[in-house]
Every structure is written in structure tokens, then in C-alpha cells.
Design a protein around this ligand. Structure first.
Ligand SMILES: [Zn+2]
Length: 444
């Protein structure tokens, strides 16, 4: 770089120019991103009339490989009657022939680029119209990585979920069941309502190829469910009445709010009009004082905001490290799962060898199945908490994702940093939300 600047200055001297400014975009920022602050400063100075000649070391230094820049730059310089010069290279911007060459190179590059994107667009349309797979993206659930071969075990889950949804079961309940059974999503994680909805609403599973959201062809891969069922599911999931199920929200802060008057935990207790509310409940089965009430929307909004700010900081790191110490738990439940499964196999073999009767088999199976279910539940719980891991030091991502997390994930995040929130008495005659009533007790 220093040598290039020196060469430019030598040429400037030969021409009798006075060097007014040096514009140096460092290579990394110029090539990696689109922004070239120094080049932009040069353009601004040119337009302001502060510069009357430009010397570049090589055309490359100006265009950074994008010849389309050249045409407009040369035009600008001609318009402003700015002299141009090149230290090295085939094209000499100082001569009119050189500038013509530069312009032609520029428009040729523009043409090629436009032509290329047009060609790519047509190619994609053609692939879609032929029902073929598009490159890139992750493995679709129900199919192998080639996106063509059906993965039988996952296809069975897709069919099951489609059937249950069409039978009227809510998405959320299917999701809960999948997670309790330890059924993994395509990425090996737990299911969310969004992920299941996306799969079931996708025409891919009914063997249809989409392009820009429209079904354009019969796909080359086999269908898992029928096209009619697929259409019904999409209609069902798009039905606004079903979406209002989502509005029937539950309570984010269950078990986290504490009455400052008596120290009991507040419980969900909507008003008779249905407005969500937490209350220090008294009466049969409750041991609260019945004096503290707080509007759920307000307190949830306030606590969420406070938690998001808190999660940005080192507190999140600590909370997650605490969680990581629970990792041996996963090991324990995995081996429990394996042991129980091995016992099942043994039992079946014993029955097969007529060592035990059917009744004995049934009786012996029960406790094993209970162990299996429990181990799966515990594992599902552990993997749920791992959703937090990717937010370490990435508070903005968390903020952006917050609304798409399900309630149990949101609750897990809040509970990771908040031990409890004390709720003080309402101020008499004060109708607006009063955040001074709330005192979060952060986890250390
Ligand atoms: Zn109370």
C-alpha cells in the first residue's frame, strides 16, 4: 500500500499536480462488505469540487473487481472535468481512448451481471416447474438429506400429526405429546408449534413443488400425505378462528410472583370479564391473603423487558453456566432410558421363549414403561433449556426471537435470571400501571 501511494505521488509530481488528499480503503473492509468509506469520501469531494484530478494505482483499486462502478465513475469525472490517471495497467484513464475502453468495460460488466441474474432466475423457475429440489437449506423433516428419499420413521410422525390435526386436535397439544414421547425434530431438537405448523402446512409433504410460495408442479419426490389432506391442513392452519387459540394465552409468570403482604406466590386468577390477572388467592386450597392483585399484561410486559435487559449481560452467562452443570443429569436419564429399553427387550425374549406368561409379561412391563416415560420427560425438559444456549452474549437475537418462543421457553428464560418478583400493594386511586410495585429478585 505504501509503495502504491508513493508511486501515485511520483506520477502526480511529474504531472505538476499538488496532492490534496489520499483515499485508502483498506482491503478487508472493501472486499468483504459493500461499503467503501474512502471511495465515498472521494466521490463527495469530487462533487464538492475539492478535487480536480484523480490518480489511481490500478483500475482494480477503483473498481474492486466490479467494473460496473467504472462507467459511472468515468461519467462523473467527465462531467466535472476532472482529470484521470492510472499508474499501472492496460487502461490509461488519462487518455480519451482509455476512458472509452473503461466505459465499454463498465457497460459490458453491467450487461453480463444483469444477464446472469436473469439466467439464474430462469434456471430456478425451470427447476421448480420440473418439480425438482432446490439446492441449499436444511434437511426437510420426513426426508433424507438428498431431499428425495422418504425417511420412514419421520414420515410416520408426519402422517400421525396430520391425522390428529385434521381430527381437530390443537397444534400445541400435538407438540407437547411429541416432546413428551421424546420424538426429535429434523434438527434433533424439541418441537415448537411453529416448527410443526411449518412442516404440516408445507406442500412438500404432499409431493408438491412450490416456487415463491405457489404450488407450481408435482414434485419428483414421493408424497407422505395426500394432496387433498395437504390442502385441508393449509386451510385449517390459515383459518383465523384457529389462530385465536393462540390469543388464549397462558400465564408467563406462574410461580414467580410473590405477594409482599403475606409472602405467598400469586396465582392466575382472571377477572370475571376474562381479563388476565394474577392474585394472592385465599379460600379453600389457597393460603394467600387475598389482598394483592395485578394485571397480567402489564406485569408480564414489564418483567419481560427487565429480563431482556438483564439477559444481555453477564447474568445470562452465569445462569447458563449453572444450567450446564446439570449436564450429568442428561447422562443419567439417557442411561435410565437405555436400561429400561434393554429390559423391555429381555422381557419380550423371555416371553418368546415361554419362560413367562402373557400376564407376567404385562405386569412386568408396566413399571418399565413408567420408567421410560419419566426418562423421556426428563430428557425433553433438559433439551428445552438448551434453547437458551445460543443466546449467550447475543441479547439482540433473543429480543428479536422473543415473541416466537413458546411460553415454556419464555418462562425458562425468565426463571433462569429471576428468582421471584415481589408485588407490593396497589396505590389507592392510581389507575395506571405502577412499576414501583414490582421488585425483581435476581438470581445471583
Ligand atoms: Zn398475600
Amino acid at each position: 500500500m505504501q509503495r502504491q501511494i508513493a508511486d501515485c505521488e511520483r506520477i502526480a509530481q511529474q504531472r505538476g499536480w499538488v496532492v490534496a488528499e489520499r483515499y485508502v480503503d483498506d482491503d478487508i473492509s472493501a472486499w468483504s462488505g459493500k461499503r467503501r468509506p474512502e471511495f465515498e469520501r472521494l466521490l463527495a469531494d469530487l462533487r464538492a469540487g475539492a478535487v480536480r484530478g484523480v490518480l489511481v494505482y490500478h483500475l482494480d483499486r477503483l473498481t474492486r473487481g466490479d467494473l460496473r462502478v467504472l462507467e459511472s465513475f468515468v461519467d462523473l469525472c467527465d462531467e466535472l472535468r476532472v482529470e484521470l490517471g492510472c499508474v499501472t495497467g492496460d487502461v490509461d484513464l488519462a487518455t480519451s481512448t482509455g476512458r472509452l475502453t473503461a466505459r465499454m468495460l463498465g457497460s459490458l460488466a453491467r450487461y453480463e451481471s444483469d444477464h446472469k441474474s436473469e439466467r439464474i432466475r430462469r434456471k430456478h423457475e425451470e427447476i421448480a416447474a420440473n418439480g425438482r429440489v432446490s439446492g441449499g437449506g436444511s434437511r426437510p423433516y420426513g426426508y433424507e438429506a438428498d431431499k428425495l428419499t422418504v425417511r420412514a420413521a419421520e414420515a410416520a410422525i408426519v402422517r400421525e400429526c396430520a391425522k390428529r390435526l385434521l381430527a381437530g386436535e390443537p397444534v400445541l397439544s400435538i407438540v407437547r405429546d411429541l416432546n413428551e414421547r421424546g420424538v426429535m425434530s429434523a434438527s434433533g431438537g424439541v418441537w415448537s408449534p411453529q416448527s410443526l405448523r411449518r412442516i404440516l402446512a408445507s406442500p412438500r409433504i404432499s409431493g408438491q413443488r412450490t416456487h415463491h410460495g405457489q404450488i407450481v408442479a408435482k414434485a419428483v419426490w414421493p408424497a407422505i400425505i395426500g394432496a387433498k389432506d395437504g390442502a385441508k391442513i393449509r386451510a385449517l392452519l390459515a383459518n383465523p378462528e384457529r389462530r385465536t387459540n393462540k390469543a388464549a394465552r397462558r400465564y408467563l409468570l406462574g410461580g414467580l410472583l410473590v405477594c409482599s403482604h403475606c409472602g405467598e406466590r400469586l396465582v392466575a386468577r382472571p377477572r370475571s370479564g376474562g381479563q388476565r390477572r394474577y392474585a394472592c388467592a385465599k379460600g379453600p386450597g389457597f393460603s394467600g391473603c387475598g389482598k394483592t392483585y395485578i394485571n397480567a399484561d402489564n406485569v408480564e410486559r414489564f418483567v419481560t423487558e427487565a429480563v431482556l435487559i438483564r439477559l444481555d449481560s453477564a447474568a445470562l452467562q452465569r445462569a447458563l453456566e449453572r444450567r450446564q452443570r446439570k449436564a450429568p443429569d442428561a447422562q443419567r436419564w439417557l442411561s435410565e432410558l437405555e436400561q429400561a429399553q434393554a429390559q423391555q427387550v429381555e422381557l419380550a425374549a423371555a416371553y418368546g421363549n415361554r419362560e413367562i406368561s402373557m400376564d407376567e409379561l404385562r405386569a412386568a412391563r408396566k413399571p418399565i414403561e413408567a420408567r421410560l416415560t419419566n426418562a423421556r420427560k426428563q430428557l425433553a425438559k433438559l433439551s428445552r433449556s438448551s434453547v437458551l444456549d445460543r443466546y449467550i452474549g447475543n441479547g439482540d437475537a433473543l429480543r428479536a426471537d422473543w415473541d416466537s418462543l413458546d411460553l415454556s421457553q419464555q418462562h425458562a428464560l425468565v426463571a433462569a435470571v429471576v428468582d421471584s418478583i415481589r408485588v407490593g400493594p396497589a396505590r389507592r386511586g392510581y389507575n395506571r400501571f405502577d412499576e414501583s410495585r414490582l421488585t425483581p429478585v435476581w438470581r445471583p
